[in-house]
Design a protein around this ligand. Sequence first.
Ligand SMILES: Cc1cc2nc3c(=O)[nH]c(=O)nc-3n(C[C@H](O)[C@H](O)[C@H](O)COP(=O)(O)OP(=O)(O)OC[C@H]3O[C@@H](n4cnc5c(N)ncnc54)[C@H](O)[C@@H]3O)c2cc1C
Length: 465
Amino acid sequence: MSAATVVVGGGIAGLAAAIRLADAGRPVVVLETRPRLGGRATSFEDPRSGRLLDNCQHVVLGCCTNLLDFYERLGVLDEIEWHRRFFWANPPHPPDRLAIGGLPAPLHLAADFLRQRRLTWSERRRIASALRRMLAMGRSARLRETDRPFADLLAELGQGPRELEQFWSPIIVSACNLDVDDVASSVALQVVQEGFLAHPFAAAMGLAKGSLLSLYDPATRILREAGGEIRTGVSVKSLVHEGDRIRRVVTDEGVIDCAAVVAAVPPDRLAKLCGSSLRDVDARLSRLDSIEFSPILGVHLFFERPFTDLPHLVLPGRPTQWIFVKGVDGTGRFHVHAVVSAAFDWMSLDEAAIAERVLEDLRWAMPDATIDDPVEVRSVKEKRATFAARPGIDRLRPAARSPVGGGIRNLHLAGDWCRTGWPATMEGAVRSGYAAAAAVLGQEDDGLVDDLPTARLSALLGLTR
Ligand SMILES: Cc1cc2nc3c(=O)[nH]c(=O)nc-3n(C[C@H](O)[C@H](O)[C@H](O)COP(=O)(O)OP(=O)(O)OC[C@H]3O[C@@H](n4cnc5c(N)ncnc54)[C@H](O)[C@@H]3O)c2cc1C
């Protein structure tokens, strides 16, 4: 058999690379250490109840054009349900609604924004002014804003503690998995500019109708039809190089000769696969240990009776940032999923303490609802959920391709932590996978699909390249 293109890791980045290669007629072998695909964006069978649960709610936004292209290639785009209305808790009043309206961007959220009752008129005006300034800064500001926390920029734009608590923090911590004090301005600005200001559909929120795991079912067939395969339960132990090429991939089931490798594993895992001689010849591998992580906590709660008709709810100013109402499941129980991003303070808590805190937040958000104690709780702590996008992170994120004239020429990197310009998201993972596939195919571009077009008014107000 001739040497294969090997993709290490069957998460979204690895699958995205493999699907693009398969679509280009290139057979690939995907090696995934776990028994199932999807990496961090997948589902697991809860041993206590036998239910298939997502490890955490995963949100796709309309601006995630490459992720949506990936779903389309898999044939699962119809499995995404779109939400254009958001609800922000404002007890004891009903939640504030923030819906995408009919006006062109950047005014598509303006009508409802002016009705956010939890914000005073001065607070609304200050937030609107900051958004206007973020448009005027243009996208190039992201190249300058790499080394200071977003909170500094917000202070410069006149934002006080109330604006942070009631508006900026809930958005940024959910998108970037670090709060405004900790996250790099460049990363947060990208979220605000692309997610809220560029195009009305950019802010639409997509949720998988079924399990995350089922989204990847078609991948096996697609790869097989192109002459490739997916091997789950196979762990890569090391990458063996001769000069500037990887020659062999060593796994716990044997050695595979390879023509090219896409390494689509997190940076700490990649560091384990690369010996010191490999690191010495490829500068992209020299700072893998410097990348830090930030945790996320997902909590599945099951109740005997429903207590809300809302599909989801933001809880500004509370430790639990979002809840997603999954509905009544097959066992007749009402399933609610709570998400805590940047959950540093929660990692040492046991499940009973976690449930107690989340319940406190739920009862705060919905004081009129009768919320009994849950009959089942399943919390999932992801200590290394995403890389920590602190100031300076942009310098640590490597490109997919080896640098011209140096590095390992047939080793291509992928993963949400690579240099994509996006925070650690599924979109970032797909972008990195597409870029790695383009590198394998010898294409000059990054193989990305187009972003949503920037609305004319947004561009006129300054949102240009
Ligand atoms: C709790 C949580 C909530 C999140 N919420 C969102 C969200 O709402 N929206 C969003 O866009 N993103 C979200 N993310 C981020 C998103 O899940 C990730 O950005 C994305 O899944 C990363 O994909 P990846 O392929 O880069 O990495 P991974 O998913 O980590 O994939 C790497 C794969 O490599 C495998 N692997 C590792 N070592 C080896 C080895 N030696 N041999 C073979 N295989 C190996 C791993 O098992 C894994 O399957 C969330 C993440 C978490 C943890």
